[in-house]
Design a protein around this ligand. Structure first.
Ligand code: GLN
Length: 484
């Protein structure tokens, strides 16, 4: 195998900046890796070969002219196909957006370009980011590179598979209820859901605006931190982006964990958790104990309500956000409609897949007059209690350690006929979105079937830097293997 595709993003950026490597060579190596691997893995909806080579050559000539290169000099990066890249089709893996050309760059894409990253392709997802396995993509199913019969997770499954299979060293995902962390756990990657407000969402096609966050997926904490440093920061174009948002993250491990208090929320270790995952998570936590951390049993008593709360709030916001796809302004436009309402009906009927329709119906119902108080309002109250659970527990501990998922990657078809079983695979990731804090998944072991296991670490809002440092400390001890 080509060693260029095994390099970390940090190494590529360093070598391209100092002239010991050409951005074009790096792009070519990754494009040929995509050619050999992606017919099996199917991570990409679009490979931007010409664009990537052109940009790589521009970076090389910029350097040849003696100009200083950006933080991601020559680093190929795969972008989830719900983030706008100017002039490139953005589909959200939905038939309704087929043919929609992004008219502008998302703020974070503009930043990546300024940092001399090379956008190499758009990756597959569950339609409109609704799902946990990639089986809801309207186009095709992405496979897990660790085992092609297993799902890569979702909704950022294409972004996860692309990085795990070394078709790119970095990718961007979005996380509304776990869509970065769960596929990161399933594919053996580091995946961070930054604090709500840390990264601009201008140019992310909205799913549930009070929950959505964009974040990095990488094969190491250092690389995730590098990508986060390139995209984080306050953006006036996104009113939910925070002036508190930091712009530099180092991802360096801690020397010692002395003085750190780590909480193990007992609700996350209950029945239904795979024993192999429990053991692997405990091994990581016990290691932190040996280097000085104090480990405490804690409780987040409203955890049991998180999935139900999320499945009222997220569909309600989705029903409202997705109202704009009406066949008039974007993408698919149904033929032969005799009236405006028939145009809406036919376009949406033909364009949206079954899971998206289910969410729109759930959300519309929860928001409808007569049911609003019983569902939407009630869910908002429960959300407040869930957020307060975290506030309370963070008075006692600095971080929480939990499994990212109750099981390792499951097989195709195993949960796709039972939406509730699918929804439950996000039981440990959803609470952080509801609370808006920072959380990530870092690999902590393999099951006996050789599938990755993810450790979830959670920190209070805007402690993303400390969270990455803790993850780097675990990473160093675990020494997780990479795929060849
Ligand atoms: N799997 C969850 C859902 O289907 C979360 C998705 C996400 O984070 N985008 O809603």
């Amino acid at each position: 195998m080509n060693h260029l595709t095994s390099l970390s993003a940090a190494q590529i950026a360093k070598n391209v900046s100092d002239g010991s490597l050409k951005a074009e060579e790096v792009a070519t190596a990754h494009l040929s890796r995509i050619k050999s691997e992606d017919s099996k893995v199917k991570a990409f909806i679009a490979v931007l070969e010409e664009h990537a080579l052109k940009v790589a050559r521009q970076i090389d000539s910029k350097r040849a002219q003696g100009k200083k290169l950006g933080k991601l000099a020559g680093v190929p990066i795969a972008i989830k196909d719900n983030i706008l890249v100017k002039g490139v089709e953005t589909t959200c893996a939905s038939k309704i957006l087929k043919g929609f050309m992004a008219p502008y760059d998302a703020s974070i894409i503009a930043k990546l370009k300024e940092e001399d990253a090379v956008i190499i392709g758009k990756t597959n997802l569950d339609e409109f980011a609704m799902g946990s396995s990639n089986e809801n993509s309207a186009f095709f199913k992405t496979k897990n590179p660790w085992n092609l019969d297993a799902v890569p997770g979702g909704s950022s499954g294409g972004s996860a598979a692309a990085v795990a299979a070394k078709m790119a060293p970095l990718s961007l995902g979005s996380d509304t209820g776990g869509s970065i962390r769960q596929p990161a756990a399933f594919c053996g990657l580091v995946g961070l859901k930054p604090t709500y407000g840390q990264v601009s969402r201008y140019g992310l096609i909205a799913f549930a605006s009070s929950l959505d966050q964009i974040g990095p997926m990488a094969r190491s904490v250092e690389d995730a931190a590098l990508l986060l440093s390139s995209i984080a920061g306050h953006d006036l174009k996104d009113s939910t982006s925070s002036p508190q948002a930091a712009t530099h993250f180092s991802g360096a491990p801690l020397e010692s964990a002395r003085g750190l208090r780590i909480g193990m929320p007992r609700e996350y270790f209950a029945e239904g958790l795979d024993p192999e995952i429990r053991k692997s998570v405990w091994n990581a936590v016990n290691f932190l104990k040996t280097i000085g951390a104090e480990v405490k049993d804690v409780s987040l008593p409203h955890t049991a309500y998180a999935v139900a709360t999320y499945y009222i709030i997220a569909p309600s916001e989705a029903a409202s956000n997705l109202a704009r796809f009406d066949g008039v302004r974007y993408g698919h436009h149904a033929q032969d409609a005799r009236s405006l309402s028939e145009l809406y009906e036919k376009t949406r009927g033909e364009g949206f897949g079954p899971e998206v329709k289910r969410r729109i119906m759930l959300g519309t119902y929860a928001l409808s007059s007569g049911y609003y108080d019983a569902y939407y309002n009630q869910a908002q109250k429960a959300r407040t209690l869930i957020a307060q659970d975290f506030e309370n527990v963070f008075k006692e501990v600095d971080f929480l350690a939990t499994p990212t998922t109750p099981t390792a990657a499951f097989k195709f078809g195993e949960k796709s006929s039972d939406p509730v079983a699918m929804y439950l695979s996000d039981i440990f990731t959803i609470p952080s979105n509801l609370a808006g804090n920072a959380s990530l998944s870092v690999p902590c072991g393999l099951t006996k079937d050789h599938l990755p296991i993810g450790l979830q670490l959670i920190a209070p809002a805007f402690q993303d830097e400390k969270l990455l440092a803790l993850a780097a400390t675990v990473e160093k001890a675990v020494n997780f293997p990479q795929l060849n």
